[in-house]
Design a protein around this ligand. Sequence first.
Ligand code: ARG
Length: 286
Amino acid sequence: MKKKSVLLTMMLIIVFAITACGGENMEELEDLVENGEEIVESEVEKLSIEDIKSKGKLIMGTNADYPPFEFHALIDGKDVISGLDIEIAKYIADDLGVELEIRDMDFNNLLGGISTGMLDIVIAGMNPEPEREKQVSFSDIYYEVNLSLLVRKDLEKAFETEDDLIGTSIGVQIGTTQEDIANEIKDAKVVSLKTNSDAVMNLKTNKIESALLETIVAESFANTNDDIKMVEDLIIKTESGGSAIATQKGNEELVQYLNKKIAEMKEKGLIEKWMKEAEKLSNSEI
Ligand code: ARG
């Protein structure tokens, strides 16, 4: 996490330096760079709902390799980013009367995108977590999750309890809460990969013994890959509770608005409905 915050500080400084150079005041710039993060964070303007409306678009960051939350699907011959999170974002954009712009990025860079003002919201099956809350604010949970293991179908070793993971090799997506959880398992050899598809590929090619994913995501990968299966009887509970929308830190107006919309979508049964549709669509993707 420390490395990440250094990186973020650097990113923020660069963004600010570019803006500040426009004013051609080098001395001022040097001062600002020296004081780095503090100044820059306060310089990123607070985004109001009115700002989004007048901009005419809602910019959403995601990492579209996470079925059924978000994934690439072929619809009428076209590559379309689909899934529960996309439906949620569309609902919000419609409610605001603006267009939805989706930026498909590395999971690791999503929160930096909010801090620098490049993204308005992040919906990526992301769990609220104290370290992340230093950088962004989270909405209420819109979908609850647990964790499961993916293994090869021909696996001989049984994973019946969490203790069976001790000393084994486990694949996870880098920067995720699954990576943190795997790192806590005694003597585990944690292999952190850029995407969950990479974790699945490593599993299929015998490089790791299991991959740790959220249950509904594990199910989705198991359904589209013949040679792997989910360990049905081992559900690993997480403290995070589930997925939430991330937005600018301390932006009460946006957080409250998002919470209202989440409550509305839940009440109308839309979240469950969209999740079912997304599962169906992702299962038909190879
Ligand atoms: N829920 C996990 C986390 O918050 C993993 C989310 C990964 N999302 C994705 N779109 N790849 O860390």
